[in-house]
Ligand binder design. Structure first.
Ligand SMILES: [Zn+2]
Ligand SMILES: [Zn+2]
Ligand SMILES: [Zn+2]
Ligand SMILES: [Zn+2]
Ligand SMILES: [Zn+2]
Length: 370
């Protein structure tokens, strides 16, 4: 009896495998449904497969080069995966100069061409979609952040200019500051106290062949010192949510300086700034979800205008929402003492005592309440 069609085998050729006998035509691959005549075949959960069909189905493929991930010296399939995005790739791409997006950190797949910014940074097309590229584009976001601070009862009364700048302008401004600040190896924002001349980006850069920037229009901007803070600078070319979180961070530096907080340790100052960045991201992510919109509408049913509140703010696409989660995750899992540990201690304090009490405590003691 053939194990495939359950009829007698009769005379002629037959196969004997998997503890049964089969008509040659009845022993078929579970993937392509064609008879398996090869001497070697693959088994998976009691189903036979052509070796190639099996490989196609079950051997992991690299999300970058799209090939099968090779086996290592021990004959094992070894791959790397981004801890947040779970992008799977051959270990070799970590040092074969495969471009990595400067915002979301994903590697460039071979069928996609990332944008190259003028300072060599690479930007994936999904991050480019919401990227803030010139000074004017940045201003609505600045208003969002100002409103966010106002909502926390932490309005910054002074009109502090916000300038979107290139990497070089940011580096120069950093050197131009008298008081040394603590910075990440890759600084993306700056809160200035000195009078300086800073070149801002006047117009959205023109992206040409090869997805590189062919035209960059900048203009010098003279900063005047009217208060403790002369300007906030933000690196251009980052997606809206990332730009906003950097801005929320720098805005907190400004707030601390203007409110007379002095000589805080890096852990306390950067930590509380990261707490604010994190809070802003959180508020953006939730304001973009329809569930919150519904709750909001319901709770304000007595009032007349409850719609269009979240029309402008919040992530517009699934990717943007995911990117917001990614930015939050970056803050939470930062391994540095100032930014990472500072955030975690600060966040715990704010969760326990509230933002106001935590800030009062910092002002009095220079440290987070435990
Ligand atoms: Zn049969
Ligand atoms: Zn097959
Ligand atoms: Zn690969
Ligand atoms: Zn990206
Ligand atoms: Zn900072």
């Amino acid at each position: 009896i053939c194990a495939g069609c359950k009829t007698p085998i009769g005379p002629g050729r037959f196969l004997s495998c998997m503890d049964s006998v089969w008509h040659p035509d009845c022993f078929r691959c579970d993937a392509c449904d064609k008879p398996i005549s090869d001497y070697e075949f693959s088994m998976h959960e009691d189903h036979p497969y052509h070796k190639n069909c099996y490989r196609e189905l079950y051997h992991p493929k690299c999300d970058v080069c799209k090939d099968f991930i090779p086996t290592n010296n021990n004959g094992l399939i070894e791959y790397r995966a981004h801890p947040f995005w779970m992008q799977k790739y051959c270990p070799s791409h970590e040092d074969d100069e495969t471009p990595r997006c400067c915002s979301c950190e994903r590697l460039e797949p071979k069928d996609v061409k990332y944008i190259t910014l003028d300072d060599g940074r690479k930007l994936c097309l999904e991050c480019l979609n919401s990227a803030i590229m010139d000074n004017d584009e940045c201003q609505p976001l600045y208003i969002d952040i100002q409103e966010f601070y106002e909502g926390l009862n932490m309005k910054v009364e002074q009109q502090i200019p916000l300038l979107l700048v290139e990497r070089q302008a940011l580096n120069e401004a950093m050197e131009g500051e008298k008081v040394g600040h603590h910075h990440l190896p890759e600084t993306r924002g700056l809160c200035l106290s000195e009078e300086q001349i800073v070149r801002t980006i006047l117009k959205r850069p023109v992206i040409g062949p090869g997805n590189t920037i062919i035209e960059m229009m900048t203009r010098p901007h003279r900063l005047v010192r009217r208060c403790e803070v002369t300007a906030i600078l933000i690196l251009f070319g980052l997606p809206r949510l990332l730009t906003g979180s950097i801005l929320a961070h720098e805005m907190m530096h400004a707030w601390l300086r203007l409110k007379g907080f002095r000589a805080l340790s890096p852990e306390v100052e950067e930590g509380i700034c990261q707490v604010l960045a994190h809070m802003w991201l959180e508020s953006e992510i939730t304001s973009g979800s329809s569930a919150t919109t519904i709750t909001h509408t319901a709770s304000t049913s007595a009032s007349t205008s409850s719609s269009s509140v979240s029309s402008k703010k919040g992530p517009k696409s699934d990717f943007e929402k995911k990117l917001g989660e990614f930015c939050k995750n970056q803050i939470e899992t930062d391994t540095s003492a100032a930014y990472g540990d500072g955030f975690r201690v600060g966040n715990k304090a704010v969760t326990k005592y509230g933002l106001r009490a935590t800030l009062d405590h910092i002002k009095l003691t220079g440290s987070f309440p435990y």
